[in-house]
Design a protein around this ligand. Structure first.
Ligand code: HEM
Length: 371
């Protein structure tokens, strides 16, 4: 399978507001609707779903409207005290780690907060959480074998069905219950079962690993740039600077599969994307484009005035969870560095191993010495 990877900021912005680019394989990807994509294709879980994420035009607007309704700004803001509480609990857990022994800050901190938050928001009961997170994590491994990929899609649907079934029987003040009850204002329609399950995959998937890598990459950046940390400590830079500069220089999503050309798209400079061609947008590359940020685009610099990035996307599919992700990082990062001011990497930076994925931009582990 060959797809375009679009890496330039200006071209990405143009394509993301162009009606000739669709996320719907059912209408716009000939290989899909002609049955040429086998059920064990490694990226199948990214296209086989029917949610706002994989639809086009009025259908996309309807599905997005239904989730936006359940995912209100009020609900996000109301999460702050709970996020602070979770962070306090995680820090106490880290505190209890034996002195002098490295801890994996990704697994034991960065990963724990967003996954806990998303499970609470969606009312995922305790007994279903481990399996839910297992299938979400597996979808990011773009090196999965066909057998693994197929098993994972099946596991993903089963995990989401279990959550929906549980909340049908035990409705609460959570977003799954909200989605089960949500109705479209104009048509009065509800989400179909397929749309509901796909929407849970979208929301729980999007809400988990992405913010994990924001917190872990920001921590990594500060640990490997002591001069930037000093700026923060002396008040010459803020935690918002850390969050935005991390999103710019280390966007948590490298590529988000998939888009398709509805018609031929002539980008000029001799580049023609043909009707039906699959397209990947390299969100993380946009913030590092020298065309936007000049020669210093690759440098982590809290003082740079313009931190423009596309880490949360652009246009009609712009990330619904951006305020929540920023809030999680804004609570988690200062609390961590205040509690462990002497924290440092436990291995040389070059020994850190990237995730095996062209979707997620993160390290597999972040071993640190806390004190
Ligand atoms: C740092 C953390 C995050 C990053 C970097 C991120 C990034 C993105 C990006 C790049 C897109 C656009 C996809 C595209 O156009 O192809 C997106 C969409 C989306 N994100 Fe996020 N996201 C983050 C956190 C979250 C959280 C916490 C949630 C929810 C709880 C969330 C929910 C969504 C949803 C629902 C969409 C799809 C919207 C649509 O297709 O209409 N995201 N995100």
């Amino acid at each position: 399978m060959v797809a375009w990877s679009v890496t330039r900021y200006d071209v990405i912005k143009k394509l993301l507001t162009d009606d000739r680019v669709s996320r719907d394989p059912r209408q716009h990807w000939p290989a899909w609707y002609n049955g040429e994509i086998p059920p064990d294709w490694p990226l199948v879980s990214w296209v086989a779903v029917t949610s706002a994420f994989t639809s086009y035009g009025s259908e996309r607007a309807r599905l997005r409207n239904l989730i936006a309704k359940a995912f209100t700004a009020r609900r996000t803001a109301a999460m702050r005290p709970r996020i602070e509480e979770i962070v306090a609990g995680l820090l106490a857990g880290l505190e209890a780690a034996p002195a002098g022994e490295p801890v994996d800050l990704r697994a034991d901190y960065a990963y724990r907060l967003p996954t806990e938050v998303i499970c609470e928001l969606f009312g995922v009961p305790g007994h279903l959480r481990a399996e839910t997170m297992r299938v979400i994590d597996a979808a990011l491994d773009t090196s999965a074998t066909p057998e693994e990929a197929q098993a994972n899609v099946e596991g993903m649907y089963a995990a989401m069905r279990a959550i929906a079934d549980y909340r049908s029987e035990h409705p609460g003040d959570d977003m799954t219950s909200g989605l089960l009850a949500a109705r479209d204002d104009e048509s009065g329609s509800r989400l179909s079962q397929e749309e509901l399950i796909s929407t849970l995959i979208l929301m729980i998937g999007a809400g988990a690993e992405t913010a994990v890598n924001l917190i872990a990459k920001a921590t990594h950046a500060l640990l490997t740039h002591p001069e930037q940390r000093l700026l923060l400590e002396s008040g010459k830079a803020t935690w918002d600077d850390v969050i935005e500069e991390t999103l710019r220089a280390e966007g948590p999503i490298s590529h988000m599969p998939m888009r398709f050309a509805v018609e031929d798209i002539d980008l000029g400079e001799g580049v023609l994307i043909r009707k039906g061609d699959p397209i990947l947008v390299a969100f993380a590359a946009a913030g590092r484009d020298p065309g936007l940020h000049g020669d210093s685009a690759g440098t982590f610099d809290l003082t740079r005035e313009d931190k423009e990035h596309l880490a949360f996307g652009h246009g009609v599919h712009y990330c619904l969870g951006a305020p929540l992700a920023r809030l999680e990082a804004a609570v988690a990062l200062p609390a961590l560095f205040e509690r462990f001011p002497g924290m440092r990497l436990a291995v040389p930076p070059q020994e850190l191993v990237p995730q095996v994925s062209f979707i997620a931009n993160g390290h597999q582990e972040l071993p640190v010495l806390l004190r």
